[in-house]
Ligand binder design. Structure first.
Ligand code: ZN
Length: 216
């Protein structure tokens, strides 16, 4: 059985690495974000339930999220295991999952990236506000937001509110204590492996496969 969980803060690259591992070992990746979008767009019972909260800007209760995940990992393609991305997010979710699978979690991969590096990564996106251009660019690659747009050459670069460093920092601030709890929880169960997420994508991939004992 290959029941694996990926943990990491926003921008750590866990979705990318979960997908690579899924392709490598042939175990399906279950992304909570994709699952939510599936239920919402197909208006399933759970999707309608979740939408009741989302439409008023409230948080979807843990129960609904947990049910989506449990239903999905109970499907036939998950008979040999699953790779979870984006779940669990809280200690309560982790405990429910553990109970539901009778403690059968083989490994939790924690991709570690320092907070300041994540702020740099997440706040790197700038956009060109000229409607006929709409370029999406990397701030570090173009040498800052004050330069002209490299595509249309107009001084019209701007950052979306969600991508501003102070907004990104706030988002991370709420995630950090939750992830610390999860890291401690799985560490105490002796199933956590930490991986250096500040290397390039290929090296992160190699470190994960080495630590999971996968022969390539
Ligand atoms: Zn432009």
């Amino acid at each position: 059985m290959n029941n694996i969980i990926f943990l990491g803060l926003a921008g750590a690259g866990k979705g990318t690495q979960a997908q690579i591992l899924s392709d490598t070992i042939g175990i399906p990746m279950v992304s909570s974000g994709d699952l939510f979008r599936f239920h919402l767009s197909n208006k399933t019972e759970l999707g309608i339930e979740a939408n009741k909260y989302m439409s008023i800007g409230a948080l979807v209760p843990d129960d609904t999220t947990i049910n989506m995940i449990l239903q999905r990992i109970g499907e036939e393609d998950c008979n040999n295991g699953f790779i979870l991305d984006g779940f669990p997010r809280t200690l309560e979710q982790a405990e429910s999952l553990h109970k539901a699978v009778n403690g059968q979690i083989n490994c939790v991969v924690y991709i570690e990236v320092a907070e300041n590096e994540l702020v740099k990564r997440l706040s790197d996106r700038v956009i060109c506000t000229i409607k006929t251009c709409n370029a999406i660019l990397s701030k570090s690659a173009i040498g800052g937001i004050d330069s002209n747009c490299p595509k249309c050459d107009k001084p019209a670069l701007s950052q979306r509110k969600d991508d501003l460093p102070e907004v990104v920092e706030n988002r991370l601030k709420t995630q950090i204590p939750l992830i610390k709890q999860l890291v401690d929880y799985y560490n105490n169960k002796d199933i956590l492996i930490s991986v250096d997420g500040e290397q390039n994508v290929d090296m992160v991939e190699s470190e994960i496969q080495m630590k999971l004992g996968i022969n390539q």
